[in-house]
Design a protein around this ligand. Structure first.
Ligand code: ADP
Ligand code: G6P
Length: 498
């Protein structure tokens, strides 16, 4: 059952995201497709709404061998995840062939937009071929979404779709959809949420297709970002690149005869679920006397892993009194492994960890334990619960959910969160120890202060962090998004003036 209220009986939610809320895997023996569920926060909050209101989810299957002849399988009986209730007709697959996957996903999304939007412009590649495929794949998503809207409208008179598009893979989709809907004289509410930062104008303008992205997004009724800085960057780009009138105070952009609402809506996590997992998870680390310093990340250059490891090395160098007293556990999920930048990063991390362990290990102790792989949610909760320090030190990050999951799982001895101000989470999680991850020496000293922090101080900080995340959980976030888009679309043509 959804925790997000969904009152309007005439409204259906259509979610569009690059990936479907589960991946499809082909059984090696039978060749049959099966669902492999994912348990991310977005899926937890939004899939139950789609199930309850009879909506649809449009997305890529995660498998280039999936073709028109394949059908989405129903969920298995053992599946208890939030997506299990999605019937097969509610799942609208977008098929990508290998060439499209390489060019649109590896090339444009992860080789161009990801680094640029994270203000790492020197890593971005600009290829017209990738861009053409990005346009083509956005068109494919638009065709499928349009079919979903039409099927929804056919369910009865007055039934209207609220289309919620997610992330940087699909920035052109809103304007393609708006155009197609107007040609068909069909109505739908169009909203977009960007899960990564929106860069400042000076960076954004480097993109050869900056105007196309802005125009693509302005097809929406409403666009959500995590924090106000990203909203202001977007408004600024619309003003400077397209000459749009903007209202910084009320976060509005005027484009043609429409006014688009911009909103800062920081995403949260399923707090109660993490807390419960932490209560039930077994103890993984037996050596009680060692304090755990924890890092959990997708293996991505935005996460600042190398800087973090070097800071830990500096800490060991400067504070040999802590040797054998701490262990650093770094869990890294393999990610985007076809992209060279990610392959190079993997090698660099292997080397740095090897060097630090070689340099400081003793007969009974190695400073770093490195897990390269996906761990189960329950294991993750155990690490979060038992860590004394969590180091969330990205160089740039839209929000960062790991920081939030850590505090949700801190149900025993309170630990300390070391957090980068360059993550969206740094805006609100003020009781964390905030530190610029590029300042290696200062990070090293902060690890030491965190280890020596009094229990009282740790407790007060953690209590406040937990209270905020519990209140602003992922359901509250989804609810605010839906409320905002409804408010601006019911207003249209009346008082939404600038
Ligand atoms: P990003 O979206 O850039 O990957 P976030 O911190 O916002 O960064 O979200 C990462 C998500 O991936 C979190 O929900 C976290 O629990 C999950 N995750 C990270 N590392 C692992 C891992 N090794 N195994 C399983 N899940 C992981
Ligand atoms: C970030 C993006 C998501 C993306 C996720 C994992 O959180 O904002 O859109 O799904 O990373 O990356 P992947 O490329 O594996 O989907």
């Amino acid at each position: 059952k959804s925790e997000v209220e969904w009152n309007p009986s005439q409204e259906r939610l259509i979610v569009v995201s690059n990936r479907l809320p589960f991946v499809l895997k082909r059984d090696d023996v039978t060749g049959k497709l099966v669902r492999k569920s994912s348990a991310g926060g977005l899926v937890t909050a939004v899939a139950p709404v789609v199930v309850d209101c009879g909506g649809r989810w449009v997305g890529w299957t995660g498998d280039c061998s999936f073709g028109v002849e394949d059908e989405i399988p129903e969920a298995s009986e053992e599946d208890t995840t939030p997506t299990a209730g999605l019937l097969k007709h509610q799942v609208v697959p977008v098929n990508l062939n290998q060439q499209q996957f390489d060019s649109y996903y590896n090339g444009c999304c992860n080789g161009t937009l990801w680094p640029l939007f994270h203000s790492m412009s020197d890593r971005a590649v600009y290829s017209t071929e990738f861009w053409q495929d990005y346009i083509q794949v956005n068109q494919l998503f638009a065709d499928k979404t349009l079919e979903a809207i039409e099927l929804t409208s056919a369910e009865g008179p007055g039934i209207v779709s609220l289309v919620w598009i997610h992330d940087y893979h699909l920035t052109l989709l809103p304007s393609i959809l708006r155009q197609a809907l107007s040609e068909k004289n069909c109505n739908a509410r169009l909203g977009f949420f960007l899960h990564i930062p929106f860069p400042p104008w000076d960076i954004f303008r480097l993109l050869p297709w900056d105007d196309e992205i802005l125009l693509g997004l302005l097809g929406c009724d409403m666009i959500g970002f995590h924090i106000e800085d990203y909203c202001i960057n977007f408004l600024d780009c619309c003003h400077r690149r397209l000459g749009c009138r903007i209202d910084r105070k009320n976060l509005l952009v005027e484009y043609g005869n429409r006014i688009i609402k911009i909103a800062a809506l920081p995403i949260g996590i399923p707090f109660q679920r993490f807390q419960k997992m932490a209560e039930e998870a077994p103890r993984l680390i037996k050596e009680k006397r060692q304090k755990i310093i924890l890092g959990v990340d997708r293996l991505d250059y935005t996460k600042g892993l190398v800087h973090r490891l070097k800071a830990f090395e500096r800490f060991l160098e400067k504070h040999p009194e802590h040797i054998e007293e701490v262990i650093f556990i770094q869990i890294a999920v393999p990610s985007r492994t076809d992209v060279k930048e990610y392959q190079d990063l993997k090698e660099e991390i292997d080397q740095v960890i090897g060097r630090i362990n070689g340099r400081f290990s003793t007969a009974n102790w190695s400073p770093i334990r490195y897990i390269y792989g996906c761990v189960s949610q329950s294991e993750l909760a155990a690490y979060y619960r038992d860590a004394f320090i969590a180091m969330v030190t990205p160089l740039r990050d839209g929000m960062n959910l790991v920081a939030k999951e850590f505090v949700a799982c801190q149900i025993e001895e309170p630990g300390v969160l070391i957090l980068s101000p360059f993550a969206g989470a740094g805006e609100t999680m003020q009781e964390a120890l905030l530190i610029n991850p590029y300042k290696i020496d200062d990070v090293a000293e902060l690890i030491c202060s965190a280890l020596e922090m009094s229990r009282d101080e740790r407790e007060v900080r953690m209590k406040n962090l937990r209270r905020r995340e519990k209140m602003n959980n992922v359901d509250a976030w989804a609810q605010s998004f839906l409320k905002t888009i409804r408010a601006v679309t019911s207003d249209q043509g009346s008082d939404s003036k600038m």
